[in-house]
Design a protein around this ligand. Structure first.
Ligand SMILES: Nc1nc2c(ncn2[C@@H]2O[C@H](COP(=O)(O)OP(=O)(O)OP(=O)(O)O)[C@@H](O)[C@H]2O)c(=O)[nH]1
Length: 990
């Protein structure tokens, strides 16, 4: 309490109080603002207001010996307090004192409800000894008692509350239980007597003007107390602790009662409710441990009373209570602050730990762990069982073995792409590309490189390349095993008839087979291999007819390879001709026997000896001339010598002993193949070994299938075909090529696998070919070599043999200036895809004995593709030759355009000598060539560099005019030199 406040209270001048205290040795008191200690205050009161101290004495004694103290009546109090004041002041004081007394009644009721017994001792404290007067007279002493022990203080409060209850409002408590509880109320929450209220009111009014000091909570006014109430409301831990610790249920019950009785204090109830209910138990329990032990039970009661008694009527008592509450508030707040500070420090410590942990994780986990090894917290964490469930298992670092500088080997083909090389080297293609790029070489991933280039690249990666040895799977497939001689039996000889064109091969065969094939052939020329079997004296002979034209060389070769004996037909009236020689060579190359049939002996011009003579040049010497070659003069027309010829064939076969094993899987050769509109792919096959049955699974090149049906040479269905028997087979999935080998398998699966092997080989071959075509080096070589042009051709024919024949004929037309490329050849009608291919490749289409479908015709018209149809191969060759002539480089000839004579020579700097000439005849054209003769000697032949008329360049100068001539790189001109002027003019090829 300040001096000024005491001055107001006891109605004495501050100076008097200060002086008194100074005089009595209380040097601490300086002026009216000095704060008085309890002793100082007591001394001052003893001096200036002994009445207020008198009441304290028995109170102090009551600590050991309870004594009844009578409270002074209100009127007496006022009289004492306002002694010497004006009547108006006294009246006002009386009114307010009465009003405060009424308020105190209401406050009492509220306090009863809100005050709770704080301790067991408080509940059990004797309450009968104190009466209402004592209670009122004890009020000033409360402040001193607060400094005493809390237990003693609680006892006193209980006594006072009990006295108030019994004396003033014994009937207000409807609930006896509430009465008992009220008896335990703290002095801060109890109601005041009218006398107390009057004194408190006067004190409050006096202190309103005084400034609030931080330590002056005890003297705080009602407003201040309200502030405390607000602050308390906001002070969550303290309020909550009070409520939870002190039995909030009872408190709530009393608060409810108080509210009902007084009809006010709604805010107070609400405030007191908040810490108990809405703020929850959690913070209360949390903080209660540390702070509640230090707090007095009265503190808790004051909180309740403070909350409940905020109404204006209880403001007087409230103010006093709040004075105490304010003091307690500081204690609690101080304690709570310490707790909160500790709590904050703990929180900060935890945050630091977390930060260190996170920082360590973020930057260097190992380093962080090692650096905080000494930290207790980390040590604590490290104590965790590393084998516990869910524990992090740090992966062990597996040391990479040092890469050895080893040299690897890879096997690569002679040509491959960068990607294929990269795959073999097990590196990224881009790495190779990059490396090459840095060396100034531009490559793409799909670009082909040679073995040498690949080798160079691989060496940089310490890899050595080896050239891949190509494995010929087809050759392996076609490889023939040696057969057991004991299983082999005689087979019919296979005979081919060879010879020059029109020497009578087909006629001879007709004579043998007694058939007339010639009449069916277009142009009267045999254009495909025919096969037939004849029976001679119960023995079979298989005949293959081969065309004699040079275009069918391959067919002849094939025929020779697949036969045992060749009958060389030479017309007796014509002798040995080129294809005769060729046939001899083929037969010899195939290692087959040759029987010479000198045909057309029925003709008058026939000369057998001449033929024999000519053939001796080719080491075919007749037996009757001492040689070993069989010569049989025959006539296809008269059939003379035919039988003898056949006997000779059989004789030769007997000597050669042609044998085969019929009881094995069939193997043969394709003589001819075509695509039949109704029957599908048809192949004429000569069975060479084993026996082919209907239903057998076969593969022929890239085609395979099951033999659906077989026809013999006469068109009859057969179920099997043994060695040396030609048959036409149906059931293949595609048209095979002539000369392909037929293989028979156990089942379709094997047949399919065999054909796939062929397909793979063909694919690889096509890729190789396409690579060569796309090779820039190859193209450059062609350009460098000269004006090489290409004529692309697509051939479609009725049979495969014709396709090959046309192909061979056209290829032979190749020369240094023009190359013919057969980009496609197949059997069947010309279709749209053929036209599309021709359009894309700028090719012409040749159809031989085939038609073109309607769609293809439309496409050809639209795409302007040149499609030509032929029935005679000669015409194809003739037309192509003509086309090639048109494509050849033009031929240039000299054309003399005039003559001139040099009459004067002019020298011009920078140009040289200018020959002033006179045009004798014709004309001189700029850019022409000139030939200069001097005394009939040619001294220059070259280009005319400049033609001038006077000083102007002109296009031409006619005869009779003069002009100036400058020759290219020639200055040695003289007067009277003769100049012949000419041009090179293109002339058509003959
Ligand atoms: N006088 C006579 N004419 C013959 C004889 N043999 C064939 N001829 C005629 O000779 C011509 C050609 O006969 P071909 O049998 O077509 O001759 P080729 O060798 O088969 O001719 P290519 O099939 O083109 O190789 C025909 O007009 C036959 O009539 C023969 O013995 N005597």
């Amino acid at each position: 309490m300040k001096v000024s406040e005491l001055s107001t209270e006891i109605n004495k001048k501050s100076k008097e109080i200060v002086d008194f205290l100074k005089a009595n040795g209380y040097d601490n008191v300086k002026n009216m603002r000095s704060v008085l200690s309890d002793e100082e205050e007591k001394a001052a009161r003893m001096e200036f207001a002994p009445d207020t101290i008198k009441k304290e004495k028995p109170k102090a004694k009551a600590e050991t010996k309870p004594k009844k103290v009578k409270a002074a009546p209100v009127e007496k109090q006022i009289e004492q307090t306002f002694d010497g004041r004006s009547p108006e002041v006294r009246e006002a004081a009386e009114r307010k004192a009465k009003k405060a007394s009424a308020e105190s009644e209401a406050k009492k009721a509220a306090s009863k409800d809100e005050a709770a017994p704080k301790t067991k001792k408080a509940k059990e404290a004797p309450i009968k000894e104190a009466d209402s007067a004592n209670s009122a007279s004890d009020e000033p002493v409360v402040k001193e008692q607060e400094a005493k022990s809390k237990e003693t203080k609680a006892k006193e409060h209980k006594k006072e509350v009990k006295e108030v209850k019994e004396a003033k409002e014994p009937k207000e408590h409807k609930n006896p239980e509430a009465k008992e509880k009220e008896s335990a109320q703290s002095p801060e929450t109890r109601s005041l007597t009218p006398e107390e209220a009057a004194i408190e009111f006067a004190r409050k009014k006096a202190s309103q003007a005084a400034a609030l000091s931080p330590k002056g909570g005890a003297q705080a006014s009602g407003n201040k107390s309200q502030k405390f109430g607000d602050r308390k409301r906001g002070d969550k831990p303290q309020g909550s602790r009070d409520a939870s610790k002190d039995g909030s249920r009872d408190n709530r019950q009393r608060q409810g009662d108080g509210q009902n009785r007084n009809g006010e204090g709604f805010r107070g109830n609400r405030n007191s409710d908040r810490p108990q209910s809405s703020r929850g138990d959690k913070p209360f329990n949390k903080d209660g441990n540390s702070s509640n032990d230090k707090r007095t039970p009265a503190g808790g009661s004051r909180t309740g009373g403070n909350a409940g008694a905020r109404g204006p009527q209880a403001r007087g008592g409230q103010g006093r209570n709040q004075s105490s509450a304010g003091g307690e508030e500081r204690i609690v707040t101080k304690t709570g602050n310490r707790d909160r500070e500790r709590e904050r420090e703990r929180e900060k410590a935890k945050e630091r730990e977390r930060a260190e942990k996170n920082l360590g994780k973020r930057f260097d986990k190992n380093k962080a762990l090692s650096s905080i090894d000494d930290d207790d917290n980390v040590a604590h964490r490290k104590k965790k069982d590393p084998n516990r469930k869910g524990a992090f298992i740090k992966p062990e670092v597996v040391a990479k073995p040092a890469e050895e500088d080893t040299i690897k080997n890879i096997i690569i083909p002679d040509t491959l792409t960068i990607k294929e090389l990269a795959d073999k080297m097990k590196v990224q293609p881009s790495a190779i590309i990059k490396k090459l790029f840095l060396q100034g070489k531009m490559y793409t991933v799909t670009q082909d490189i040679t073995f040498e280039e690949a080798e160079e690249i691989a060496l940089e990666y310490n890899i050595i390349c080896e050239l891949e040895e190509p494995v010929d799977l087809v050759a392996e497939l076609l490889k023939e095993d040696e057969e057991d001689e004991s299983l082999m039996i005689k087979r019919p000889p296979v005979v081919c008839v060879m010879g020059h064109v029109d020497h009578g091969k087909t006629s001879l065969l007709d004579a043998i087979r007694s058939t007339n094939v010639t009449s069916r052939e277009a142009g009267g020329i045999t254009q495909s291999i025919g096969a037939s079997v004849v029976n001679i004296n119960g023995r079979k002979i298989t005949f293959l007819d081969t065309p004699g034209h040079e275009a069918f060389t391959a067919m002849r070769m094939r025929g020779a390879k697949s036969t045992d004996i060749a009958i060389l037909v030479v017309a007796a009236d014509d002798g040995v001709m080129p294809q005769t020689v060729e046939a001899i060579n083929h037969a010899r190359a195939a290692g087959i026997e040759i029987i010479v049939a000198i045909n057309k002996i029925d003709k008058p011009s026939a000369n057998v000896d001449k033929v024999k003579q000519e053939l001796t040049e080719y080491e075919l010497i007749p037996e009757d001339w001492g040689g070993s070659t069989i010569f049989v003069p025959v006539s296809a027309h008269s059939k003379e010598g035919i039988e003898q010829l056949l006997e000779m064939v059989l004789l030769t076969a007997d000597v050669a002993e042609y044998k085969a094993n019929p009881n094995r899987s069939a193997r043969g050769i394709v003589i001819e193949a075509s695509l039949d509109k109704g029957r599908g792919p048809v192949a004429t096959v000569l069975v060479q070994k084993g026996t082919l049955h209907v239903g057998d699974s076969i593969s022929i090149g890239s085609s395979f299938g099951k033999v659906r049906a077989m026809l013999d040479d006469k068109g009859n269905n057969v179920t099997e075909a043994g060695p040396s028997i030609p048959v036409e087979i149906l059931g293949l999935n595609g048209v095979p090529n002539s000369g392909d080998t037929m293989l028979s398998f156990k089942d379709d699966k094997e047949a399919r696998a065999a054909s796939e092997t062929f397909i793979a080989q063909d694919k690889a071959r096509l890729i190789d070919e396409s690579r060569k075509k796309l090779s820039l080096d190859g193209l450059f070589d062609q350009i460098k070599a000269g004006t090489v042009k290409e004529l692309n051709v697509i051939i479609k024919a009725d049979v495969q043999g014709s396709v090959e024949a046309i192909r061979q004929s056209l290829i032979k037309l190749n020369n240094d200036e023009v190359a013919i490329r057969i980009i496609h050849g197949a059997v069947g009608a010309i279709n749209e895809s053929d036209i599309s291919l021709a359009s894309a490749s700028n090719a012409i289409v040749i159809g031989f004995n085939v038609r073109m479908d309607a769609v293809a015709k439309d496409t050809a018209d639209r795409e302007k593709v040149d499609v030509r149809f032929y029935k005679v191969i000669y015409n194809i060759i003739s037309d192509v030759e003509s086309a090639m002539k048109g494509m050849l480089e033009p031929i240039y000839e000299e054309k003399v355009i005039g003559h001139a004579e040099i009459r004067q020579v002019f020298k011009a700097s920078g140009i040289g000598n200018i020959a002033g000439s006179f045009v004798l005849d014709g004309k001189i054209i700029r850019g022409c060539k000139a030939r200069i003769t001097r005394d009939k000697d040619l001294i220059f032949d070259g280009n005319l560099a400049s033609l001038k008329r006077f000083k102007d360049d002109v296009k031409e100068v006619n005869a009779g005019y003069e002009c100036g001539l400058v020759f290219e790189k020639f200055n040695d001109v003289k007067e009277e030199d003769k100049v012949e002027l000419y041009q090179m003019v293109e002339v058509p090829r003959s």
